[in-house]
Design a protein around this ligand. Sequence first.
Ligand code: PXP
Length: 247
Amino acid sequence: MLLLGVNIDHCATVRQARYRAAAGAEVGNVEPDPVALALLCEKAGADGITVHLREDRRHIQDRDVHRLRETIRTRLNLEMACTPAMTAFALALKPAFVCLVPESREEVTTEGGLDVAQHRDKVARVTDAMNAAGIKTSLFIDADPRQIELAAELGAPFVELHTGAYANSFHGPGRAAEFARLIAGAKQAHAAGLVVNAGHGINYVNIAEVRTLPHLHELNIGHSIVSRALFTGIDEAVRTMKRLLNP
Ligand code: PXP
């Protein structure tokens, strides 16, 4: 049974488009509320809720994360940059999982995997701190042999393989090669003792192939689910994705 983590960042994106100033406040007209959406996702079968608290706070806010921590019944997966401020935030929050991601202010979304080789010391420090606190760490990396090797070496129990390049090439000639890279990455990570998650750019079409990746544990999906929910409602959007994940 493959697990589905629903990323609700883009519910907050819609809220911030109108209510940027009010979103951190205790009261006020701050629709749509990502926490309410998270609870509906759980009711529809989501196995976890994922949010990315970005340094620029462009969508999810601190208060959202605290409210999620208090209210959701499944597992909170906090995506975060490897900074001292985010490390302190996560250690105080104690989510079930953190997923370490690269972050640059200019990008529209997380565009590449974490470069564990380049940021080895930083990643090791955060992973050690999370391991000591009983928070499970996942490294969001490209399906690159060196990155996977380092992820295992640093003692992170999970990797999330970046499926963005595959998703972007889905309708083009590069698809088979990108998928082969993901397959090889999943096999290598599993052999190294890592639990294999995947995410980014997964939708209602490419899920049929993505779900066949070997050793897959969980997929984190956001944009396509929130987009579909505009037309069908979140309940249908989550239920359908769950069904496609485990036909
Ligand atoms: N996993 C990670 C680590 C991400 O950064 C993102 C995007 O925020 C996702 C999964 C979800 O990607 P998408 O919104 O394209 O489904």
